[in-house]
Design a protein around this ligand. Structure first.
Ligand SMILES: Cc1cc2nc3c(=O)[nH]c(=O)nc-3n(C[C@H](O)[C@H](O)[C@H](O)COP(=O)(O)OP(=O)(O)OC[C@H]3O[C@@H](n4cnc5c(N)ncnc54)[C@H](O)[C@@H]3O)c2cc1C
Length: 374
């Protein structure tokens, strides 16, 4: 079935992304695993291949970003290296809300992969209730002085450009939160990797800010503007996560089909059991529905018709869909589905993350219910 809303230029970009990942990502997974994440050389190659920032620099549109998410989802590497290339939401913050001086200083390096970005918001004691963060950025003359801890941050241990969310006015709750750019080599910043069971080669980091002094000109947007900036990123982020779930579920179905066609049990192929066929049919139906949802979401985003509630529904559906499909696939593999070396096992553990990060299932339901109650 033809996909909706893609032109020849998008198909060409999909081809570029797929070949890049086949060449630079998949064969080197063990190397990245030993290093604990992607290296800067990888990012620079991605920049040279034109994969970074396309959605926000006027050379492309959001569709490119969603294509990259879906293609990344289709790789076994995605199941291990985590968010990796998906830092265009941070690029959006720079392009959409940064000052001309900030853009001039950082954007060229973001596009070449010199600067790799992270968005530290979550803290050890604060996740879903983002406005309860305790990190502070207190104005002192021409500087901000930042103190606090951040946890579970994608690209957090390796990124060299941080968009830190901290309270510039702790008395104002959510309205006192601001986004401040911090170069990671600023004195007082420490970065460490948190070992995770999903995205094992990925970089999920913990950061500490101990009297970190940065110029006040590093403020992005206005003081107290963090929640608006974050809300502005939500729609695109929901769609890229859904696209990634779609890619992963499609790849999992392909891997499983290959396996059940050759695995024999009780003298017949696993695919010959009607139960297997029904499970695979359920996977196909889930994937087809999600394709339509993702493609329609991109068209509606372009037409400015995609709402916050739509984004919550899409994230809830797509992440649960990926979980359902991966669970069925692991079941059809039997014990082999849980072997560490089997990509399906890594895809399964990675799929569990999707229902937690960037707003848990429950938070999406809270957003949907708010619309019902209004
Ligand atoms: C791999 C990974 C990458 C991440 N990347 C980033 C990043 O780049 N930047 C960043 O800032 N953060 C990042 N996060 C953090 C992520 O956004 C949080 O983990 C997520 O928001 C949930 O917060 P929490 O883990 O503290 O769970 P908690 O907030 O402690 O939630 C615990 C449970 O309570 C439930 N709950 C909470 N509120 C409600 C409610 N109102 N009603 C019903 N149930 C509720 C939750 O749904 C959940 O089931 C990442 C996390 C992971 C795992």
């Amino acid at each position: 079935m033809a996909r909706m809303g893609y032109g020849e230029e998008h198909d060409a970009f999909r081809h570029t992304v797929r070949s890049f990942l086949d060449r630079e990502h998949e064969p080197h997974l063990r190397h990245y695993e030993s290093m604990g994440g992607l290296d800067h050389a990888f990012w620079k190659k991605a920049g040279a291949a034109g994969l970074l920032g396309l959605a926000h620099t006027g050379e492309g549109d959001f569709t490119y970003y969603a294509i990259m998410a879906e293609e990344l989802g289709r790789t076994a590497g995605s199941a291990t290296t985590g968010s990796s290339l998906m830092s265009d939401v941070a690029t959006y913050i720079l392009v959409g809300h940064g000052t001309e001086a900030q853009k001039e200083k950082y954007l060229p390096g973001v596009l070449t992969g010199e600067w790799t970005q992270a968005m530290p918001l979550t803290e050890p004691g604060v996740g879903s209730d983002a406005t309860a963060i305790t990190a502070t950025a207190i104005r002192d003359g021409d500087d901000y002085v930042i103190n606090g801890e951040k946890y579970f941050i994608s690209n957090g241990a390796s990124a060299n450009l941080l968009y830190v969310v901290a309270k510039t006015d702790p008395s104002k709750g959510g309205r006192g939160m601001s986004v401040i750019i911090v170069e990671a080599d600023t004195p007082g910043v420490t970065q460490a990797k948190i070992p995770m069971i999903g995205w094992r080669q990925g970089d999920t980091g913990a950061l500490n800010f101990d009297n970190v002094r940065v110029p006040a000109t590093n403020l992005v947007g206005v003081e107290g503007g963090a929640m608006k900036i974050l809300m502005d990123t939500f729609l695109e982020d929901r769609i890229q996560i859904a696209a990634r779930c779609l890619g992963a579920a499609s790849k999992a179905l392909e891997l499983t089909l290959d396996y059940v066609k050759q695995r024999k049990v009780f003298d017949q192929r696993v695919i010959d059991f009607q139960n297997s066929q029904f499970m695979l049919a359920d996977c196909r139906a889930d994937i087809r529905i999600t394709e339509t949802l993702v493609d329609t979401a991109m068209i509606r985003l372009r037409n400015k018709e995609f709402s916050f509630e739509d984004g919550a529904i899409l994230k809830l559906w797509a992440t649960q869909m990926e979980g359902r499909v991966l669970d069925r696939c692991v079941q059809l593999f039997g014990g082999a589905g849980l072997m560490d070396e089997n990509p399906i096992a890594r895809m399964w553990t990675a799929s569990r993350i999707q229902r937690i990060y960037a707003g848990t299932d429950e938070l999406q339901k809270v957003a949907i219910a708010r619309g019902l109650l209004a």
